[in-house]
Design a protein around this ligand. Structure first.
Ligand code: SAH
Length: 368
């Protein structure tokens, strides 16, 4: 039989082969042993990946060449190829487009501030939640990312900071937000595993504090409850966008399944268990959800359900292709903040980075 022409050989869309970063420290030792190598090599590999942030076999000189080839070949399949990076805000915001082994594209955004550096990572390629004001939501879901594909975005960001790729010289990646493409709680198991890999101390993981990691959700109530049981210290952010079910059914379509009150109860459970304040994300959209009476309603709702354990992050709506909506005028925004605060609820306006490079909230679409 003759070989099929190459065109039929296109890679299947799917998760990448297993990677070191998919595995716990114990599983890594088992994997190394099953390749016929000494289990301590797992620790050496982990030191390179999680400690030195490298995937370059030539840098792993403590492992004999033959073993190195076998171990890297089996346990470190290439995950991401950088397609391009674009910068904004005088270089302190950097959006990177990454291509997976199967051609899938995602974006992550690194933002450097005077006192910290935050990486906004993707948990899925695309998103299935279909929020009409979000560019990612408009494109639909392509696939979940693997644990290692999530972790490797962080490894790359941490290496970029260490190597001083952003103005300000070498620094440390301090914060991670699951606010890139995708709904993290719809890729639950892999995201939780990724949190462990991101937060476990090196060489088991990348050693970023759980308290500096934020998981943002549209409000998948059963998944929030499950997260509550994980005994993590990560911050929970809930994309609420309006306090009433009628409008939320249209802005966040999953609200037709889990209503505002249920989302509030689940968020309260999380806050009680962890002692951590929940962030409420609220994209302020002109004449849609920015009325003074809605600010009062939001403040009352949050005070009633979450008491002091809440903070509102207002996000001036970022423009997305084909959307008829825009941000509220500044005086309307200021009045909204004032009225939420009047209810005793903390409220700040998020400084929007990277708008001109389509790197801001809701603008990630990963077009090649
Ligand atoms: N799916 C998760 C994670 C994405 S976080 C979630 O929705 O929480 C991205 C945040 O940006 C969410 O709060 C989202 O609602 C918000 N967002 C989406 N589109 C936006 C836009 N056009 N302008 C401002 N914020 C937007």
């Amino acid at each position: 039989m003759t070989a099929l022409p190459l065109v039929f050989d296109a890679p299947k869309r799917g998760l990448p082969p297993r990677h070191l970063a998919d595995l716990t420290a114990e599983q890594r030792r088992e994997a190394v042993a099953s390749l016929g190598e000494q289990p301590f090599r797992a620790n050496q590999l982990s030191n390179h990946y999680f400690g030195r942030l490298t995937v370059d076999p030539d840098a792993m000189t403590d492992i004999p060449a033959a073993a190195r080839e076998k171990l890297v070949g089996d346990l470190m399949p290439p995950l991401w190829t950088e397609v391009r990076s674009v910068e904004a805000d005088a270089g302190t915001t950097r959006k990177t487009l990454l291509r997976a082994h199967d051609g899938t594209l995602v974006e992550s955004v690194l933002m450097r501030y005077p006192d910290r550096a935050t990486l906004c990572i993707s948990s899925q390629a695309g998103c299935g939640m279909a929020c009409p004001f979000c560019a990612t939501g408009q494109g639909g879901l392509q696939r979940n990312l693997s644990t290692a594909e999530i972790v490797d975005q962080v490894r790359r960001g941490a290496a970029a900071m260490r190597d001083g790729l952003l103005p300000g010289g070498p620094g440390r990646l301090s914060n991670i937000v699951f606010m890139g493409m995708g709904e993290p709680l719809a890729n639950y198991k892999r995201v939780i595993e990724a949190v462990h890999r991101i937060c476990d101390p090196a060489p088991a993981g990348l050693g970023i504090s759980q308290r500096s990691v934020t998981v943002s959700t549209v409000g998948l109530v059963p998944a929030i409850r499950k997260l509550t049981e994980e005994n993590l210290q990560v911050r929970l952010a809930v994309s609420l966008h309006t306090p009433d079910d009628e409008l939320r059914d249209t802005l966040v379509p999953v609200n037709t399944r889990w209503k505002v009150a249920e989302v509030m109860e689940a968020a309260r459970g999380y806050a009680d268990r962890t002692g951590r304040r929940v962030s409420i994300e609220y994209a302020l959209i002109r004449d849609i959800n920015d009325q003074g009476w809605r600010a009062d309603m939001l403040g009352k709702l949050l005070r009633r359900h979450l008491g002091p354990l809440v903070h509102v992050n207002l996000i001036p709506l970022n423009p997305t292709p084909g959307s008829k909506w825009d941000a509220s005028p500044k005086p309307v925004e200021r009045e909204f903040v004032r009225r939420v605060k009047e209810q005793g609820v903390e409220c700040t306006v998020r400084d929007t980075r990277g708008q001109e490079i389509a790197a801001a909230c809701g603008q990630l679409a990963a077009e090649g």
